[in-house]
Write a protein that binds this ligand. Structure first.
Ligand SMILES: [Zn+2]
Length: 90
């Protein structure tokens, strides 16, 4: 029984840590975007095209997306976007 208890405690700690990493702000933003966009809040971008709304994103934003670790949003559909290189094997 002791090992099971320890496992549960361990898991609980991990869960709390995960929640700490996601701010309330971000979580609220994500939920809002997700509700507005058929349940998809985060989408990939390739060749400066948002895969959510299939619109071009400005070149400057596209550059920033590839360089920075910041969370950026598509100016058209507001989904949180990330850069994905489709030509590289996963
Ligand atoms: Zn978009």
């Amino acid at each position: 029984m002791n090992t099971i208890d320890a496992d549960i405690v361990d898991w609980e700690k991990k869960r709390i840590n995960l929640q700490k990493n996601v701010s309330d702000d971000l979580l609220a933003r994500y939920e809002k975007i997700r509700n507005r966009n058929k349940g998809v809040g985060v989408i990939s971008v390739w060749k400066a095209v948002c895969n959510g709304c299939h619109m071009n994103i400005p070149p400057q934003l596209y550059n920033e997306l590839q360089k920075s670790n910041e969370l950026l949003s598509c100016p058209n559909c507001s989904r949180i976007i990330y850069f994905q290189d489709m030509e590289k094997p996963a």
